[in-house]
Design a protein around this ligand. Structure first.
Ligand code: NI
Length: 140
């Protein structure tokens, strides 16, 4: 565990008040931990936007079970990118809708490209890609 460094921050009163309200709502016990999480989140966001390092992600989408050939097309693309796919889960939501969650690993550009291809099919709805990296550890 690395040593903590203290530093001061100057904020306008109204901004600090809003920050305190936000962190109270989110359940933080102090400003330092909230700020650490904000900084980590920003760094991870930057990495997932620009870096060439390996990332992990999940892609979740709902699609129309009755759309002809859609399931096959989605599966074909997943097989083509098997190197980026760790696991996938399929849930039959109801008579008409399927949910898939795919766990991914790879470079940001590869994962975003794969997600865009899967989500662009007619009949795929409510898709969301989430990326992260294990490079930043929480202090706990
Ligand atoms: Ni299904």
């Amino acid at each position: 565990m690395s040593k903590l460094t203290r530093f001061g921050i100057s904020l306008e009163g109204p901004l600090l008040k809003q920050f305190d309200q936000l962190i109270h709502k989110k359940g933080y016990s102090n400003r330092s931990e909230a700020l650490r999480d904000l900084i980590r989140e920003k760094i991870v966001t930057e990495k997932t936007e620009y870096d060439d390092t390996e990332l992990f992600g999940s892609l979740m989408y709902i699609y129309d079970h009755h759309k002809r050939e859609l399931e096959k097309s989605l599966s074909n693309i997943q097989h083509k990118h098997y190197g980026n796919i760790i696991a996938s889960t399929h849930v039959h939501i109801d008579h008409d809708n399927c949910l898939e969650v795919i766990l991914l690993r790879g470079k940001a550009a590869e994962l975003k490209n794969l997600a865009e291809r899967l989500l662009s099919f007619n009949g795929v709805k409510n898709g969301k890609l989430s990326l992260t990296t294990p490079l930043l550890k929480r202090r706990n």
